[in-house]
Design a protein around this ligand. Structure first.
Ligand SMILES: [Zn+2]
Length: 376
């Protein structure tokens, strides 16, 4: 009998040990603040579970309660505290949804007074934030490993740039200045990519988070960040693609309107000079990936040099990986790819994923010398 009791005690002790091990799968995750509205006179809110209204400077100071499904309008002039926050009374932020002026967001909300108006900020756990970002940044029809690479890049961007809008009272904005965030989205493919890479970020060998820039399609080779933004980063240097000359494009402009848009007293267009494009080959007028660095434009009155980046902006060209010619009174650009070309190419990631690479290999390819770290 004593032996049975003893065995039972051991069994119970093992059970107790087993429980915390299971719970050890971390549920903690960083909370970030996303700016939704600024200069709002009033805002209408509704939350999915019963919530508490707390002082924005002291979360322990409860100012009131709000019932699940209750619509409340907050006027800038009627809020006494400098800021208030609405969080779940019994549920964690990740299990709460807040409707702000009719649009649903994961998490809770912070209303901060700026003069006579309100800044409306979504308080959201980062993994929930990513659910509203990744489907807007990459086609949800892409391969699972490409979506995972995108999820890790977006998570790294968010954590690296936390506090980018500190002066305005939040971490990141919801537009593509930071990352396009559209509130609650429930997309199975991207939700899976996010949960399967939970907490993973891209780091350098010293464990520092990297700038995880990405773009639509490099067209054949990615670009050195220095050639786009004049800043140096050892992990953002040109790398080759599985496929080259992807997404070919052409844009034509009548010579006269081209010359007018170049401006600066060019006169009548006479000649345009840019060496022939060879992907991955530098020239005096091309960067090491082959993108147009400087284009010489000769007019009847003047000769000007315009950077490939300025031409891309001025004429809305998809990329700077182009050739240009002047013939029959037309200026014709022919090029490949889409976007600035720095960091991960999304179409390139898709091509590598389809060829059998996993997201870790894809990220290590596009972000030279980096590895992954699971933060939580
Ligand atoms: Zn922003």
């Amino acid at each position: 009998m004593r032996r049975v009791k003893f065995l039972l005690q051991i069994f119970l002790a093992l059970m107790l040990l087993a429980v915390p091990t299971q719970a050890a799968e971390s549920t903690w995750q960083p909370e970030i603040r996303i700016g939704i509205l600024s200069s709002a006179q009033s805002v209408e809110l509704e939350i999915s579970a019963s919530g508490v209204i707390v002082d924005g400077a002291d979360a322990k100071k409860i100012l009131g309660k709000i019932a699940a499904g209750e619509k409340i309008s907050f006027d800038a002039g009627k809020i006494e505290a400098e800021a208030i926050e609405i969080r779940g009374e019994k549920v964690a932020l990740k299990d709460l949804q807040v409707t702000i002026n009719g649009k649903k967001y994961f998490g809770g909300v912070r209303l901060a007074k700026t003069g006579n108006a309100l800044t409306v900020v979504n308080l959201v756990p980062i993994e929930e934030y990513l659910r509203g970002v990744v489907p807007n940044e990459m086609s949800i029809a892409f391969h699972a490993e490409a979506l995972k690479a995108q999820a890790v890049a977006a998570r790294t961007f968010a954590l690296k740039n936390r506090g980018r809008h500190k002066a305005e009272g939040y971490d990141l904005c919801a537009t593509n200045h930071c990352q396009l965030y559209n509130g609650v989205e429930e997309v199975a493919a991207t939700d899976k990519a996010i949960s399967e890479t939970r907490g993973e970020v891209i780091v350098l060998s010293n464990e520092k988070l990297v700038d995880a820039n990405f773009h639509t399609d490099s067209g054949g080779m990615t670009e050195n960040i220095f050639d786009v933004w004049k800043t140096k980063a050892s992990h953002l240097v040109p790398v080759a693609e599985l496929e080259t000359k992807t997404q070919p494009w052409t844009k034509e402009f009548p010579a006269q309107s081209f010359a007018e848009r170049i401006g600066g007293g060019l006169g009548e267009l006479k000649f345009i000079s840019l060496s022939k494009l060879e992907i991955g080959k530098a020239a005096s007028d091309r960067t090491s990936s082959g993108r147009a660095k400087t284009v010489t434009i000769v007019g009847s009155e003047k000769t000007v040099q315009v950077s490939g980046i300025d031409l891309r902006t001025k004429f809305s060209l998809p990329s700077t990986l182009f050739d240009v010619e002047f013939k029959e009174d037309k200026v014709i650009f022919t090029g490949y790819g889409r976007g600035h070309g720095v960091g991960m190419s999304q179409y390139g990631a898709q091509a590598y994923a389809k060829s059998g690479w996993d997201y870790k290999k894809i990220l290590a390819h596009y972000y030279t010398g980096t590895g992954l770290k699971k933060l939580y």
